[in-house]
Design a binder for this molecule. Structure first.
Ligand code: ZN
Ligand code: ZN
Ligand code: FE
Length: 744
C-alpha cells in the first residue's frame, strides 16, 4: 500500500546540507515527493511504500548531516498525490522562522581538496561545502538561500552550478558554493587604501608577516590583527601600538604543531577541531612562542585555522597572533573603511576580500574543565545564534543585559536567543552594534518583545536603553540574574543555594554587591549571606588601582598603615575612610582579590579588567591545603568577616611566607567559608544543591576548589553549561527571573 506523509523538521536544518541529505535519503528509499526550506524549518512530503516511509522517519535523525541539529520532527498522513519523482522545491516564506546555523570551520573534505594541486579549488581561500563554511556571518535574511546572503552578488559559474544541482555532489545546494572563476577574492592594500600590485596577495601577505609586519586580515566574523608570534619585535610593537601592555593575545597555530607550544588532552584537541573552532586556553610549554604573547601567564589562548585563508597562511607562518581588530572595547571591525579609519596607526597593510560580512562576531573563547567539559568565557562565532532552551515558557521578552561585557537576549516561548558578545556599553560604536543586532534578531526570530528587562542600576546605559523601548519594564538584580541564569541552564526547579562570586553589581540596598549567597528558585530569591561591606575609597575609580583597595581595606579593618604607596596618597585614603566621604561600600569578591593581590605585591596596578585577580590565581601553588581564619556572623543575612583573614595574611607576609602559599591559602579560604555558609543553609533549609555563577569563577583554580569542597561535603553543584559564568550570562538570567514573577 503506498502512502504519503508530510514531515516538518525544525532545528538547525538550513545551510547544513539538510535538503541534499533528504533528497538522497528519499532516493535511496525509492520515495517521491519534495523537500523545501520554509521560514520555520524544512518541509518534506514523501510518497511510497508504507514501510519505506517509516524507515525514512526512523533514519532521519540518525543519519542527519554533521552540522545539523534537529529539535523536532512532526509527521502527518496525507492521501497519495502520485508524485513523479523527488525534487528540491523553491523555499516557502511563511510567518514562522527558522534557526540560523552558526559559521562552521572548514571541513576535512574541503581541506583535502584545498591541498590537492589537481583540484580546481587548490588553495582557494573561499572553499566551502554543505558541511562547512560561513553561515551566520553572511546572512541578510531568512530563509537561508544564496539570494538572502552576501553571496548574492556572485553569479555561479557553470562548474559550480553543476555541483550545486548534482545530488550526488557534496556541494549539492551549498548556498555559498563558489570557485576562483566565480567567487570572491582577496586583495592586499596599504592601510591608506592603496591596492598593492601583486600576482598573489595572499603570498605577499605571508611575506609581510614573515618580515615582522602587522597586517589586518579579513576573515569570517571580522578582521583580525595578525603578526608572527615568534617575532618578539613584532609582538612588542603590536603591544605598544595597541596600548595593551600585558593582556594575552590569542595564537592561531598550524594544527600539526600545536603540542610543541602547549599541553593538551584528547578532549581539548577535539574542541580545537570542532566545527565551532573556539579559542581554547591551554597550558603553555616552556619557551613556546615569544613570552610577550602572554606575559606572566601559564596559559596560551590557542585556536586552529577555521577559514580556508587561515589554512593557507599558517602553512607558511605556523604561529600567528590573531587578535580581534578593534579599538579597546569597540566591536570588531568588518570592512576596509573601518580598518582605514581605526587601525591606521596600528597596521601597515590589510588583506581584504569582497564578500561582505553581514553580521560581525568575535572568536569564542573557553577552556576545558575536567569532569565538566567545555566552559565558555565568550560565546560568539560558532555558537551564535543557536538558541538556548529556557526552563519555563516566556512571553516575548527582551533582556538588555549588563553594562559591561554586554549580551542581550531575545526570547519567546521556550527559546532564548542570546546575542553575540556586544562589549562594554560605554561607547557609541558598541551602542550602535547593540541596536543593529537587536533589530536583526527581532526580524530573524520574529520576536516583538512586550516585556523589557534591565539591571536595577538607574544610571546604566543598558537601563536607559530599556526605558526608551516600548513594552512593560522590569528590573532584575545583577546577582539574582547570575543565580537564576545558572538555575535556568540546568533546568533546576527546586529551591537551591546560589553562590554569586563577582566583580561588580548594583545591589538592592544601593551598595555594590559581589559575594552573595542566595536561597531560592527561579521565582523567589532571598539574600542569606554576603561578604562584609568594605570601603572603596574614591569609589569605583580605585578598581584600576588595586593598591588603593589594599590600603583602604587594611586600614578600615585593622587600622594598619600598609606602606605600598606614597604617604600622601595613603593619607588621602585614610581620611576618606575616617570621614566617610567619597567612599562606596562593596561586598565584591573581585575587590577582595584585588586587595590581596596588591597587599602581597603580585599586582598593584592593572592594565586590563581583573588583571590583579588573574595574576593572584596564577601565583597560587596547588599543594598548600590549609586556609586563613574568618568569621561568619549569625545575622540575617549572615556576614562573612575577613578581618582575621587579612591579619593572618599580613603575618604571613612578615614571616616571609612565599606568595605562592599565601595565594593558595587565600583561595582555600574562599572555598572553605563558602562551604561553611552553604552547610549552615543546608541545616536551616534542608537544601542539597548549589549553583555557582559570577565572573570570579573564571578563576579556574577557585572554581575547581569550590566544586571539590562542596561536592566533597555532599552538595550537588550546578555550573553554567552553554553560557559563560561572567556577565555574558546575565541577559539570559534576566529573561527567566522577570518571567517567573510576571503575572500579567
Ligand atoms: Zn566542506
Ligand atoms: Zn565557480
Ligand atoms: Fe556579574
Amino acid at each position: 500500500m503506498p502512502g504519503r506523509k508530510k514531515v516538518s523538521v525544525k532545528g538547525i536544518v538550513q545551510g547544513v546540507g539538510f535538503r541534499p541529505f533528504i533528497y538522497r535519503l528519499a532516493n535511496d528509499l525509492h520515495l517521491t515527493g519534495f523537500v523545501r526550506n520554509t521560514t520555520d524549518g524544512v518541509e518534506i512530503e514523501i510518497e511510497g511504500p508504507e514501510e519505506n516511509l517509516c524507515r525514512f522517519i526512523e533514519v532521519l535523525p540518525e543519519k542527519k548531516p554533521p552540522a545539523a541539529r534537529i529539535d523536532s520532527v512532526v509527521t502527518a498522513n496525507l492521501n497519495p498525490a502520485g508524485y513523479g519523482g523527488f525534487a528540491i522545491s523553491e523555499s516557502k516564506v511563511t510567518a514562522g522562522f527558522t534557526q540560523i546555523s552558526p559559521d562552521i570551520a572548514t571541513c576535512p573534505d574541503c581541506l583535502a581538496e584545498m591541498h590537492d594541486p589537481q583540484n580546481r579549488r587548490h588553495e582557494f581561500p573561499f572553499i566551502n561545502c554543505t558541511n562547512c563554511g560561513p553561515r551566520y556571518s553572511i546572512i541578510v535574511d531568512t530563509p537561508y538561500d544564496r539570494s538572502r546572503t552576501s553571496m548574492r552578488k556572485f553569479k555561479m559559474c557553470e562548474s559550480c552550478s553543476g555541483e550545486f544541482h548534482e545530488m550526488t555532489d557534496r556541494r549539492f545546494h551549498a548556498q555559498p558554493d563558489c570557485c576562483r572563476v566565480c567567487g570572491p577574492h582577496y586583495e592586499l592594500y596599504s592601510v591608506a587604501g592603496k591596492k598593492i600590485r601583486t600576482d598573489d596577495p595572499i603570498l605577499s601577505t605571508i611575506e609581510l608577516l614573515k618580515k615582522g609586519k602587522i597586517v589586518a586580515i579579513k576573515g569570517i566574523g571580522g578582521f583580525h590583527i595578525a603578526c608572527d608570534a615568534e617575532n618578539c619585535d613584532a609582538v612588542g610593537k603590536l603591544r605598544r601600538l595597541k596600548h595593551r601592555p600585558s593582556k594575552p593575545f590569542a595564537v592561531m597555530v598550524k594544527p600539526s604543531l600545536v603540542s610543541s607550544i602547549v599541553h593538551l588532552t584528547p578532549d581539548e584537541d577535539m574542541i580545537l577541531n570542532s566545527p565551532a573552532a573556539p579559542i581554547l586556553l591551554l597550558r603553555k610549554r616552556e619557551n613556546a612562542v615569544c613570552a610577550e604573547v602572554a606575559p606572566n601567564n601559564p596559559y596560551l589562548g590557542i585556536m586552529f585555522p577555521y577559514a580556508p585563508i587561515h589554512h593557507i597562511i599558517v602553512k607558511h607562518t605556523p604561529y600567528l597572533i590573531m587578535t580581534s581588530a578593534n579599538i579597546q572595547d569597540e566591536p570588531i571591525i568588518k570592512n576596509a573603511r573601518g580598518v582605514q579609519r581605526k587601525l591606521n596607526s596600528l597596521v601597515s597593510f590589510y588583506l581584504d576580500h569582497n564578500r561582505n560580512i553581514e553580521n560581525r562576531c568575535d572568536d569564542s573563547v573557553g577552556y576545558f574543565l575536567p569532569n565538566r567539559g567545555f566552559s565558555i568565557i565568550r560565546r560568539s562565532r560558532g555558537y551564535i545564534p543557536v538558541p538556548i532552551e529556557l526552563p519555563i515558557r516566556v512571553k516575548p521578552t527582551l533582556a538588555v543585559g549588563p553594562y559591561l561585557k554586554n549580551t542581550f537576549t531575545l526570547a519567546n516561548d521556550r527559546e532564548a536567543y542570546v546575542s553575540p558578545h556586544v562589549g562594554d556599553l560605554d561607547n557609541l560604536e558598541t551602542l550602535h552594534f547593540f541596536h543593529e543586532m537587536l533589530e536583526k534578531y527581532k526580524r530573524w526570530f520574529r520576536i516583538e518583545p512586550t516585556l523589557v528587562v534591565h539591571d536595577l542600576h538607574p544610571d546604566y546605559l543598558s537601563t536607559k536603553i530599556a526605558n526608551r523601548l516600548v513594552g512593560k519594564k522590569k528590573g532584575v538584580q545583577h546577582h539574582i540574574a547570575h543565580f537564576v541564569s545558572c538555575l535556568g541552564e540546568n533546568h533546576v526547579e527546586e529551591k537551591t543555594i546560589g553562590i554569586a562570586l563577582d566583580g561588580t553589581g548594583y545591589g538592592l540596598d544601593g551598595n555594590i554587591w559581589g559575594c552573595e549567597f542566595f536561597v531560592g528558585d527561579m521565582k523567589n530569591q532571598r539574600r542569606r549571606a554576603h561578604l562584609q561591606y568594605l570601603p572603596l575609597a574614591g569609589g569605583e575609580s580605585s578598581i584600576r588601582k588595586p593598591y588603593r583597595i589594599a590600603v583602604a581595606y587594611t586600614y578600615s579593618l585593622l587600622q594598619r598603615n600598609l606602606k605600598i604607596t606614597h604617604d600622601s596618597e595613603t593619607k588621602i585614603i585614610h581620611t576618606m575612610i575616617d570621614e566617610n566621604s567619597n567612599v562606596v561600600y562593596t561586598s565584591s569578591m573581585g575587590r577582595l582579590f584585588d586587595c590581596v593581590s596588591a597587599m602581597i605585591g603580585v599586582t598593584r596596578e592593572i592594565t586590563y579588567e581583573a588583571e590583579a585577580a588573574i595574576n593572584l590565581e596564577y601565583t597560587a601553588d596547588h599543594e598548600t591545603c590549609d586556609h586563613y581564619p574568618y568569621t561568619i556572623t549569625d545575622d540575617e543575612p549572615m556576614i562573612i568577616e575577613v578581618k582575621s583573614t587579612l591579619r593572618a595574611i599580613i603575618e604571613d607576609m612578615e614571616a616571609k611566607i612565599p606568595n605562592a602559599v599565601i595565594s593558595a591559602k587565600f583561595h582555600n579560604t574562599i572555598a572553605e567559608f563558602s562551604y561553611d555558609v552553604a552547610a549552615k543553609l543546608r541545616q536551616i533549609d534542608g537544601l542539597r544543591s548549589v549553583c555557582l555563577s559570577g565572573g570570579v569563577f573564571q578563576n579556574r583554580h577557585l572554581l575547581t576548589l569550590m566544586i571539590r569542597r562542596l561536592e566533597g561535603g555532599g552538595f550537588k553543584v550546578y555550573t553554567h553549561k552553554q553560557l559563560p559564568n561572567n556577565d555574558g550570562c546575565i541577559s539570559y538570567g534576566q529573561v527567566i527571573a522577570a518571567n517567573a514573577t510576571d503575572n500579567s
